[in-house]
Design a protein around this ligand. Structure first.
Ligand code: PHE
Length: 347
């Protein structure tokens, strides 16, 4: 092999050994740079005769071109490899299943609320919504629960250190009963001076707050208030409406209701409503689901109505409790912890 052939061979070998573009540039300098081996060869031409120069010069130029060709090939190969690596790193497997968003479901308490609204809606009840930050007057005073009366402690609540524009203390409502007053007052005002007034028939579901936390109580919970006021609405109607509601809610006639005498300042007489199933895991157990009673005359007056003419009943039930019984949940707090392992069971 001529010295020139072996130069091409060693240049190709060194280019081939270069694994990065920088290595390749260094190798190129060793052969084609100012102090490179091809340049050295060209410099050596000076010592030759004119004839020899021509022949040797042409050979060296041809060698240089072969080395440049080898360099070009290796450059291309390194660039291809780089692109390849990049494509691999950014590889996208279009056959992988997509990362879809899980399909959500309604919260079990929302489902309970929807069922309650649908059932009472079908019985001709309106559905009302009201503030969770209430005034002392609506939460207690208007409900025949005078300031400083010990009965207030039944619904011991979260007070806000703030008064409304009329100087009434604010609290987080401990029950939905203030909605009786808000709704009835608006209704009475709407029909004032018209002689006759349509009956008040409304439910008011929503969040309520008390200083309470155990398996059947959470500081935030739900209630659904019910109010039916007319000229002749009695306890008998309460019983039939509520019994009908429970049967429809639990989709069973196989349950019993018990009205246990109780006390609320805003109803007289008052009752606690218990329910018992004739079958299933809770068979025979009495479970409290609501408070109720005939609306007290003082409260009817605060509605802006005449208790001699307008009477009726109210109830307040716990949708959380209803949902617990319907789904067999034994700790109310599970509903509000946001644990998907629990919640996704209701999808
Ligand atoms: N507000 C009462 C409670 O929170 C329930 C109730 C409502 C009782 C309406 C009678 C009438 O316990």
């Amino acid at each position: 092999m001529s010295d020139l052939d072996s130069l091409v061979t060693s240049a190709s070998a060194e280019f081939g050994a270069a694994m990065t573009p920088a290595d390749l540039e260094n190798a190129k300098a060793r052969f084609l740079g100012k102090a490179g081996r091809v340049t050295d060869l060209l410099k050596s031409l000076g010592a030759l005769s004119v004839e020899e120069k021509k022949a040797r010069g042409a050979e060296i130029n041809a060698t240089k071109q072969r080395i440049e060709a080898a360099l070009h090939l290796r450059r291309q190969a390194l660039a291809d490899a780089e692109l390849d690596a990049l494509l691999k790193a950014e590889a996208l497997d279009v056959t992988l299943p997509g990362r879809h968003r899980g399909i959500g479901g309604l919260h079990p308490v929302s489902r309970a609320m929807e069922r309650i609204e649908a059932i009472f809606g079908s019985m001709g009840f309106d559905i009302a919504d009201g503030p969770e930050i209430e005034t002392d007057w609506y939460s207690f005073t208007a409900l025949n629960n005078p300031e400083n009366h010990p009965a207030r402690s039944m619904q011991d609540t979260f007070y806000v250190d703030m008064k409304d524009a009329e100087g009434r203390w604010l609290n987080l409502r401990p029950h939905t009963s203030p909605m009786q007053v808000r709704y009835a007052r608006a209704h009475a005002a709407k029909y004032a001076g018209m002689g006759a007034m349509p009956e008040i028939r409304v439910i008011a579901p929503g969040r309520t707050y008390r200083v309470d936390s155990d398996a059947t109580h959470s500081p935030m919970f739900h209630q659904c208030e019910g109010l039916w006021i007319g000229e002749n609405v009695s306890f008998k109607d309460l019983k039939s409406v509520f019994t009908d509601f429970c049967r429809r809610y639990y989709e069973s006639d196989d349950l019993e209701l018990r009205f246990r005498p109780s006390f609320f300042p805003f109803t007289e007489p008052s009752a606690e409503i218990d329910i018992a199933f004739a079958s299933g895991p809770l068979k025979g157990q009495w479970l409290e689901i609501a408070g109720a009673g005939q609306v007290h005359p003082n409260v009817i007056r605060n509605f802006g109505l005449d208790p001699e003419r307008h009477i009726g009943f109210a109830f307040g039930m716990g949708p959380d409790r209803l949902a617990m019984l319907r789904y067999g949940v034994n700790d109310l707090r599970l509903f509000f912890e946001g644990d998907l392992r629990f919640l996704s069971q209701f999808k």
